[in-house]
Write a protein that binds this ligand. Structure first.
Ligand SMILES: Cc1ncc(COP(=O)(O)O)c(C=O)c1O
Length: 335
């Protein structure tokens, strides 16, 4: 596997740190001990406060430039971290950026509608348009692209979450990085856990870890779709990523596992477990999670540790996919 074959523009600070969470591990350990918890700091990728989309955008933006684009279009929920990082990448590369924000939660609190990620979208100079919840956002982007073309622009459309075979290469790269880091410090990784949404992060990780024959299982903690749908989405994308890499057929259904028990009432709606997880990480490790993704992902990890899902001698790596800017969109959840 040779990722250097694919066009890539450096946008992030990598490798991101891989650190032990000693306080959290101790806090969650039972009388007979517990798994050792690690964190890979993809919240520290650097671009506009960082996050997982930076890795995907390195490959997506390279393709946009190769195609001669002068404008990028993308979409996400109101507090989309993907939209914010796309706006930042576009600013850095001198491209115009149009963002379509879908109102998935119905929240009207100005903190939610205009602070956090939305504030930063604007600071990066993006043009923002809103759409109601349930709109066909891909179709809306195509419509906007067609309009911009009639004005002589050259738009490049990035799917929600940057999750296609090109964007997911960023997480194939993360898999290579993680395995190399672990080898360097002599760490045997027994599990990787992270929040999964539009599927690109998990699809890239699973494809990369499988291609390396690492034997490391990945558990995606869902934030929106039910388990069966989420696993189907991840597998379908992982198959495309593997084909794009020239390794068709390497990812099997048993490589794709999601646990969607921590979604709560729906996408972007706070849960008690998320609030507790965000507070615990802030208090025990000085680490900020986010309310929509990494907070629910960590709520899942904590609950699974408490239920004895992991062996007490196992090493579990949580991939912190970023998003803490979103905390400012949800002040009431934490007060
Ligand atoms: C902070 C954060 N974590 C996790 C995810 C989920 O990643 P993916 O959409 O690749 O499944 C996202 C996606 O928007 C995110 O913003």
């Amino acid at each position: 596997m040779n990722l250097a074959r694919f066009p890539r523009i450096r946008l992030g600070h990598m490798p991101t740190p891989l650190e032990p969470m000693e306080n959290l591990s101790r806090h969650l350990a039972g009388p007979n001990g517990g798994p050792k918890l690690w964190i890979k700091r993809d919240d520290c990728t650097g671009l506009s406060t960082g996050g997982n989309k930076t890795r995907k955008l390195e490959f997506l933006m390279a393709e946009a430039l190769a195609q001669g684009a002068d404008t990028v279009i993308t979409q996400g929920a109101t507090q989309s971290n993907h939209a914010r990082q796309t706006a930042a990448a576009a600013a850095k590369l001198g491209l115009a950026c149009h963002i379509l924000l879908e109102d998935r939660t119905g929240y009207t609190d100005p903190a939610y509608t205009d602070s956090g990620n939305v504030l930063l979208d604007r600071l990066h100079g993006a043009t923002i348009d809103r759409r109601p919840g349930g709109a066909d956002m891909q179709a809306e982007m195509e419509k906007l692209a067609a309009e911009l073309k009639t004005q002589g622009r050259k738009p490049y459309v990035i799917p929600g979450g940057g999750s296609n075979a090109v964007g997911a290469l960023g997480y194939v790269n993360a898999a290579l990085e993680l395995v190399a880091q672990a080898a360097e410090i002599g760490l045997r990784i027994d599990h990787v856990v992270h929040a999964t949404g539009s599927a690109g992060t998990q699809a890239g990780l699973v494809t990369g870890l499988t291609a390396l024959n690492s034997g490391i299982p990945v558990l995606g903690i869902g934030v929106r779709a039910p388990k069966e749908q989420q696993e189907k989405n991840v597998l379908a994308l992982a198959e495309k990523v593997a084909t794009h890499l020239g390794l068709p057929g390497i990812v099997k259904p048993e490589h794709v596992v999601a646990n969607c028990d921590y979604v709560g009432q729906g996408y972007g709606i706070p849960t008690e477990g998320m609030v507790a997880a965000v507070k615990l990480l802030a208090e025990k490790e000085g680490i900020l999670l986010d309310p929509v993704y990494s907070g629910k992902g960590m709520a899942g990890l904590i609950d699974l540790v408490r239920k004895g899902h992991f062996g007490k001698d196992e090493n579990v790596v949580f991939i912190h996919t970023g998003g803490s800017v979103g905390l400012f969109g949800y002040p009431e959840a934490f007060n």
